[in-house]
Design a protein around this ligand. Structure first.
Ligand SMILES: *Cc1c(COP(=O)(O)O)cnc(C)c1O
Length: 357
């Protein structure tokens, strides 16, 4: 928390707007529009809910193929299952660690039917190769949804991640760069689709004085109290990004000289938010490092285990090149909280170097 949240929560209490909607929700949505320059935003209970609504309003349903980044978190992908659609997983390239556009072409050409949508993740706050991906989606008439849950504030050629597709999704879960304790945001250039998503997010209630339903929806809206936290958090987004990038630079300074360490690269013409500092070891087993850090009460984690490697998706459609597997086998996420100072980073780095010896 930044320290400003309680003031906005007090506003919400004073105006007695505690239950679901209220002025803070609109204010939070507006602050996202102002920051990302997306014309429309919808505050929701989670990014997973936002992705679900995106698929639903795009008409993705039973038997449709949805292409998706494989190297990602399950929340990117489970909404495809909610809609009874068929995921087709696409592996990463080595220059962005995100969806490989060359494999995307292959996946489109080899698919048993024309894919309906693509969900591309911008992992660890780094943009995927959007220019190539947007062009392919246009060429093949595929809806584009950006899972920008981890990449709020990251830019690709000076434009915000999440604003390139038919929909973009941000997360305010507890572990993200900003948090409302839990929450998500759906953005889109299409006003009519955001209006439709809002309708589905509030139980698909028809316009009548009583409760009239011709369709079913969900209870997916964000509460006014949590939106108050979001309004305060947005005020410190630029500071958070600067600090995250600083932490990355400190690690690079401390560990850059170690031969077998390579940090997550940054794609040309992009500025990531460096949500987590991540790296790979060319020789050592990252789990040995993780355990050595844990002994000092320092938490680190393996990189995401790709979806095509998950038991849940054994036998699923997939275009792979081994990149995500190698990243999972050799990678580590380092402590990256914005409270960290240079001494903290030095201490973690020193322990890593000691464990490598
Ligand atoms: C956190 C995350 C999600 C899910 O966000 P929630 O708000 O927790 O639903 C989806 N995709 C990615 C890549 C994430 O990191």
């Amino acid at each position: 928390m930044s320290g400003r949240e309680l003031g906005y929560i007090a506003d919400a209490f004073q105006t007695n707007y505690i239950a679901p909607l209220g002025p803070m929700v609109e204010r939070f949505e507006q602050s996202i529009c102002d920051y990302t320059l997306s014309p429309n935003a919808l505050a929701l209970s989670s990014a997973t809910a936002a992705l679900h609504l995106a698929l639903r309003v795009l008409g993705v349903g039973k038997g449709d193929i949805v292409l998706t980044s494989s190297f990602t978190f399950i929340g990117s992908v489970s909404p495809i299952l909610y809609q009874n659609a068929i995921p087709c997983f696409i592996d990463s390239d080595t220059k962005s660690w995100n969806l490989d556009p060359q494999l995307l072409v292959q996946a489109i050409k080899n698919a048993p039917q024309k894919p309906k949508a693509l969900i591309v993740t911008h992992l660890y706050g780094q943009c995927a190769d959007l220019e190539a991906i947007v062009a392919l989606c246009k060429e093949y008439n595929i809806y584009l949804i950006e899972d920008a849950a981890e990449s709020l504030g990251a830019t690709y050629k000076d434009r915000q991640s999440g604003t390139f597709g038919d929909f973009g999704v941000y997360s305010f879960n507890g572990n993200k760069i900003l948090t409302t304790s839990g929450g998500g945001m759906l953005v889109s250039p299409h006003k009519e689709l955001i209006d439709k998503a809002r309708f589905y997010a509030t139980q698909a209630r028809d316009d009548a004085p009583h409760y009239e339903h011709t369709d079913f929806g969900y209870n997916y809206r964000m509460s006014n109290v949590l939106a108050a936290i979001g309004v305060a958090q947005m005020e410190v987004l630029d500071e958070r990004i600067a600090k995250k990038r600083q932490i990355f630079e400190w690690y690079k300074q401390e560990l850059g000289g170690v031969d077998e360490i390579a940090f997550m690269p940054e794609l040309a013409d992009t500025v990531g938010n460096r949500w987590l500092t991540t790296l790979v070891f060319s020789k050592s087993d990252p789990d040995v490092i993780r355990v050595a850090l844990e002994k000092e009460n320092i938490e680190s984690r393996p990189l995401w285990k790709a979806m095509h490697l998950q038991p849940l998706f054994a036998g699923a459609l997939c275009c792979q090149n081994g990149t995500a597997q190698a990243l999972f086998d050799k990678g580590l996420c380092l402590p990256s909280g914005t409270q960290m100072c240079l001494e903290d980073v030095s201490r973690v780095s020193g322990l890593i170097i000691k464990a490598l010896r």
